[in-house]
Write a protein that binds this ligand. Structure first.
Ligand code: AMP
Ligand code: MG
Length: 414
C-alpha cells in the first residue's frame, strides 16, 4: 500500500484511523438480557415495537373530555358531567349527546369523545360545565400511535442503549434484548520503574497510574476489563505474557515500552507474535503508538507517558473498541472556541492540547490551556475537559484566534 507520510516514517492520525479499520472485525456472539441489565450494552439486532405508543387515545391534561360535535369550534359550549375517567380507571358508563367526562392526564379517552378542555379554562356549576370559546377539536388529546406505530423500528442494531432507549423499549412491549457479548479487554503496564497503587516509590520508581486510568476510562457495560498488572522490561517474559493474553481476550492494551529505547520491547514482541498494523504517528502527544493483530486479538501498544496514553486512547482506541463491539465509528464532536493564550508549535505533527472549554455566555465558547503541555504532566490532564486540535501545518495559536476543540468525554465521566 502506498502511504503519504506527513513526517518521514510517521503516519498521520487520519491515515491511522483509516488503517485501523482493516483490523476491526465486530464481535458476532450475542446474549439475551433483561432490560434492567442492558444499559450501555450494544444491540445485536434491530428492535420493533410490539404495540403502538400511545396504544390508545388518552388525555394530555387534567380537564374535561367531550365530543367536538357537541359544539362548534370557537363557540362556547355547555355540557353535563356524566362521570370520571382516571389514569388506569377508564370511564365505564354510556354517554348521551351533550355529556362530558371529568378526565385526568393519561386517562383513556371515553368512546365517542375526541377533545379535552383544560380544567383551568372551565367554569363548573354543579353538574354543568361552561367551556369558553377558542377550543379546537382534538385539543389536548394524545392520539394512538402518534409517538410510535405498532411494528415500527424502535432502535437499530449497533445502538448502545441509553436510559431513554430502555424506557422506549419497555413502553413498546419489549422486556429482553439481544446484545453483543461484552468485549474482553486485557490491560498490561510495562516498565521496571512501576509500582502498584498504594506503594511508596524509591528514587527512580513511579506508581503505575496508567492502568488505573485505563480501567476507569474503559469502565463501560459493553467492555469487560481484566487488569494483568505490571510487567518488567524483560523481553522473554513480556512475550510470554502478551502471547497468553492474546489467546484469552479480544483486545490487549499495553502501556509503555512502545518506543525505540533499549528497554522498549513491545514492537519486537508484537512483530514476533503477529502482524504490525502501524507504528508511530505524526501526533503530539502519542507518537510511539503501536497496533498489531495478534491472532484473533487486537493489540494496542500505547505510549507510557500518561498524557500520550490518554490522547491515543481517546483518538484511536476508543473508536476502535466501539466498532469491535458492534457500533459505528464515533465521529468526533468539535466546537470552535476563542483562545486568548499564545502557543508555539513546530509544523510536522498534529497536536492535541489539554484545555478547559467554557461558555461565558450562551453560544460563545472560550478555551484556555489547562497548563503546561508536557506529556508526563498529569495535573493539566486532570484539569482539562477538552482538547484543542492544531493541524500538522499549524504554527500554534495567536491570542484571540479561533481554534477547533474536541470535547473530551473521558474527563466528563461519560
Ligand atoms: P515508555 O513509553 O516506557 O518509554 O515510558 C515513557 C514514560 O512514561 C516514562 O517516564 C515512564 O516512566 C512513564 N510510564 C510508563 N508506564 C507508566 C505507567 N504505567 N504509569 C505511569 N507512567 C508510566
Ligand atoms: Mg518503559
Amino acid at each position: 500500500m502506498s502511504t503519504c507520510f506527513t513526517t518521514p516514517g510517521l503516519l498521520s492520525l487520519a491515515q491511522a484511523q483509516q488503517r485501523i479499520q482493516h483490523y476491526l472485525t465486530p464481535i458476532s456472539d450475542c446474549q439475551t438480557l433483561p432490560l434492567s441489565h442492558a444499559l450501555g450494552r450494544v444491540l445485536a439486532e434491530p428492535v420493533k415495537a410490539r404495540w403502538a405508543l400511545p396504544s390508545h387515545a388518552n388525555s394530555a391534561m387534567d380537564g374535561y373530555a367531550f365530543a367536538s360535535t357537541d359544539g362548534a369550534p370557537g363557540q362556547p359550549v355547555q355540557l353535563r358531567i356524566a362521570g370520571h375517567a382516571w389514569a388506569g380507571r377508564p370511564y365505564q358508563g354510556s354517554l348521551q349527546p351533550g355529556d362530558c367526562v371529568r378526565i385526568f392526564t393519561g386517562a383513556l379517552l371515553p368512546k365517542g369523545l375526541d377533545t379535552v378542555v383544560m380544567q383551568e379554562q372551565v367554569t363548573v356549576s354543579g353538574e354543568i360545565i361552561h367551556i369558553p370559546p377558542h377550543w379546537q377539536a382534538q385539543d389536548h388529546v394524545r392520539q394512538a400511535g402518534e409517538d410510535i406505530v405498532a411494528g415500527a423500528n424502535l432502535l437499530p442494531a449497533g445502538r448502545r442503549l441509553s436510559a431513554a432507549d430502555l424506557a422506549l423499549l419497555a413502553a413498546a412491549g419489549i422486556s429482553t434484548v439481544s446484545v453483543v457479548r461484552a468485549l474482553r479487554l486485557a490491560l498490561l503496564a510495562t516498565g521496571d520503574e512501576l509500582l502498584p497503587v498504594g506503594a511508596t516509590p524509591q528514587p527512580g520508581q513511579i506508581i503505575n497510574s496508567n492502568s488505573l486510568y485505563l480501567q476507569a476510562a474503559l469502565q463501560q457495560p459493553h467492555l469487560e476489563v481484566n487488569d494483568l498488572g505490571i510487567q518488567k522490561d524483560d523481553k522473554q517474559m513480556l512475550r510470554r505474557q502478551v502471547e497468553q493474553a492474546a489467546e484469552n481476550c479480544d483486545v490487549l492494551i499495553t502501556s509503555g515500552g512502545a518506543s525505540v529505547g533499549e528497554a522498549d520491547y513491545l514492537h519486537s514482541v508484537f512483530s514476533a507474535l503477529g502482524e504490525i498494523g502501524f507504528w508511530k504517528l505524526a501526533l503530539k502527544p502519542g507518537k510511539p503508538m503501536l497496533v498489531a493483530q495478534l491472532g484473533h486479538c487486537l493489540g494496542f501498544g500505547l505510549p507510557g507517558n500518561p498524557v500520550s496514553l490518554a490522547v491515543t486512547l481517546r483518538l484511536l482506541v476508543q473508536p476502535a473498541l466501539a466498532v469491535l463491539s458492534g457500533q459505528a465509528w464515533p465521529e468526533p464532536f468539535y466546537v470552535h472556541a476563542v483562545c486568548d493564550q499564545p502557543y508555539h508549535k513546530k509544523p510536522g505533527r498534529e497536536e492535541y492540547l489539554r484545555a478547559v472549554l467554557s461558555q461565558p455566555e450562551p453560544g460563545r465558547f472560550q478555551v484556555r490551556l489547562a497548563g503546561a503541555q508536557g506529556s508526563h504532566r498529569l495535573k493539566p490532564l486532570s484539569q482539562a475537559n477538552a482538547l484543542i486540535h492544531l493541524s500538522r501545518d499549524s504554527t500554534g495559536i495567536t491570542p484571540g484566534a479561533t481554534v477547533a476543540v474536541l470535547i473530551d468525554e473521558l474527563s466528563t465521566h461519560s
